[in-house]
Ligand binder design. Structure first.
Ligand code: 13P
Ligand code: SF4
Length: 324
């Protein structure tokens, strides 16, 4: 573990990390963690990635137990891909406002009203939504997935309208967009980022495509969490304003100690930072309890499993063909 973090850990946290590592070994378990997780949770994870990398990793593991240090849809995707493995999520309340913004009955109605469209759904959705979809995408591959379809293909894209608008601009495709959003990313404001820019004129603005269009328009780079991390690593710039969940700063600082990262503030000036409370529900304590008790387990409704798995596999096939 990184020395600076090691120094900051409480005795209780160090003790829990030791116990978690022992349980992982004993039970042949792995922890897959997302970049928005608490620093100590990222440190106890065997693999950290964006949504696409986590799904890809889930296909290739020989572990018997996979614990998802992330939100519920990520654990559901892992279970879809690994029906015979035990998949754990340490806190069942770790949901996603974007996934919640699209209900299966409403999407079904929208599809019925607009026949003849290919339905592309962001991975931040429930399995019911995946089962209504033709292809899943993540922020890492959405542009390429849309571009992989014939130019005249009619497309419904959901649930994130901001990602959809961004993909439309990148691909030049008109798509029918679902009007959903992530409560964290829609809170970033172009005006507040512009204020920060005047304070740090040399800084580059890096944003996640779930941010609103006016934020993306003033950004120097737009990409998934993994793409933003990669951009920082390869850039000569020394200062960055980061317009996504601030959990990502842990890996940024770790890999680029000489660079400065300024988290973009939310539009509400009374809020000190823009965290995803769902991501932060995962703690060392509940990871330990989940591994110890092998519970809460994530299961997929057998009635929709095949239909939900098909579009996820289609995404993985397209990504693999394109080398993403
Ligand atoms: P990434 O796939 O870019 O990691 O994004 C996941 C997410 O939930 C963003 O809010
Ligand atoms: Fe969902 Fe937004 Fe949290 Fe990502 S940041 S998990 S999209 S609520």
């Amino acid at each position: 573990m990184e020395t600076s973090l090691l120094n900051q850990l409480t005795e209780n946290q160090s003790d829990l990390i030791e116990k978690i590592n022992a349980l992982k070994k004993k039970k042949n378990a792995i922890i897959l963690g997302h970049f928005y997780q608490r620093p100590e949770v990222q440190e106890v994870s065997d693999f950290i990635g964006d949504s696409l990398a986590l799904a890809q990793k889930a296909v290739n593991t020989s572990a018997d137990i996979i614990l998802m240090a992330g939100v519920h849809f990520m654990a559901e995707t892992v279970k879809l891909l690994n029906p015979d493995k035990k998949v754990l999520i340490p806190c069942t309340d770790a949901g996603c406002s974007l996934a919640d913004s699209c209900k299966a009955t409403d999407l079904k109605k929208f599809i019925d009203e607009n026949p003849g469209h290919t339905v592309i759904s962001y991975v931040n959705t429930t399995n019911e939504i995946k089962a209504l979809s033709d292809i899943i995408c993540t922020s890492s591959n959405a542009v390429q997935i849309v571009n992989s379809l014939p130019a005249d293909e009619k497309i419904i894209f959901g649930p994130d309208r901001n990602l959809g608008t961004f993909v439309s601009k990148q691909t030049g495709r008109q798509m029918l967009l679902w009007n959903g959003a992530c409560h964290v990313h829609r809170r970033f404001s172009a005006a507040r980022i512009a204020e920060l820019k005047s304070k740090y004129p040399a800084a580059l603005v890096l944003a996640h495509p779930e941010c609103q269009a006016d934020v993306l328009d003033i950004s120097d780079f737009v990409g998934s969490t993994a793409a933003i991390l990669n951009y920082v690593k390869n850039s000569d710039c020394k200062q960055f304003i980061i317009s996504t969940e601030p959990g990502i700063l842990h890996q940024m600082q770790k890999s680029n100690p000489e660079k400065q990262f300024i988290p973009a503030p939310p539009d509400d000036a009374t809020m000190s930072c823009n965290e995803c409370e769902y991501m932060k529900m995962i703690t060392l304590e509940n990871i330990y309890q989940a591994l110890l008790n092998e519970n809460p387990e994530v299961n997929v409704d057998a009635k929709i499993r095949d239909a939900a798995l098909r579009p996820v596999q289609r995404m993985l096939e397209i990504s693999s063909k394109l080398g993403i």
